[in-house]
Write a protein that binds this ligand. Structure first.
Ligand SMILES: Nc1nc2[nH]cnc2c(=O)[nH]1
Length: 167
């Protein structure tokens, strides 16, 4: 796992731009009553493949995290199950479930905004293992880069703290 170097040679300004798109989608989700998480998938060439938000509430599906939705949508849109030529952008550090899904899809490049500590502070699911800790256990080589657009992503989470008690 690498946390600072960008081996996929995408400019940090490009990552910030992609993160803004994910953040915007997360904000749209909040307006519809969803939890404050957005994600996006871009090809290394710069092509936008998927932009999604958390839909746990509207689908009654605890696995409908923004990142899992993005991976599902990207695979369906590209008609394949491997996304090894893609970046995954997530407004918050992906949880172990999302990282597992990304690894299964062959994703090697992930950028996140807010850390798991902020996710926890905002009252959202803490599995006791951060994405960064989990990534170290994976046998796949993963670049997990963050924070990207950290201040904006932290504010987004903290301004939308959990009010429900449903997990
Ligand atoms: N990264 C991330 N963490 C979450 N915790 C609860 N929902 C989510 C989500 O959609 N994404």
């Amino acid at each position: 796992m690498h946390t600072s170097t960008n081996l996929a040679s995408v400019r940090s300004s490009t990552l910030s731009h992609w993160m803004k798109v994910a953040l915007q989608k997360g904000k749209q989700g909040v307006q519809r009553g969803e939890r404050p998480f957005g994600a996006a998938i871009y090809r290394l060439t710069g092509e936008e493949v998927a932009v999604t938000c958390n839909t746990v509430f509207s689908t009654n599906n605890p696995a409908a995290h923004a990142e899992v939705n993005a991976i599902t949508q990207a695979c369906q849109s590209l008609g394949k199950t491997k996304l090894s030529d893609c970046w995954l952008l997530a407004t918050a550090e992906p949880c172990p479930m999302c990282l597992s899904t990304a690894a299964l899809a062959g994703i090697r490049f992930i950028a996140f905004g807010a850390t798991q500590a902020v996710v926890k502070e905002a009252g959202y699911g803490d599995l006791g293992l951060t994405g960064r800790e989990f990534a170290k256990q994976l046998t796949t080589d993963l670049i997990l880069q963050g924070p990207v657009l950290g201040n904006e992503c932290v504010s987004f989470l903290l301004n939308n703290r959990k009010r429900d008690q449903l997990g």
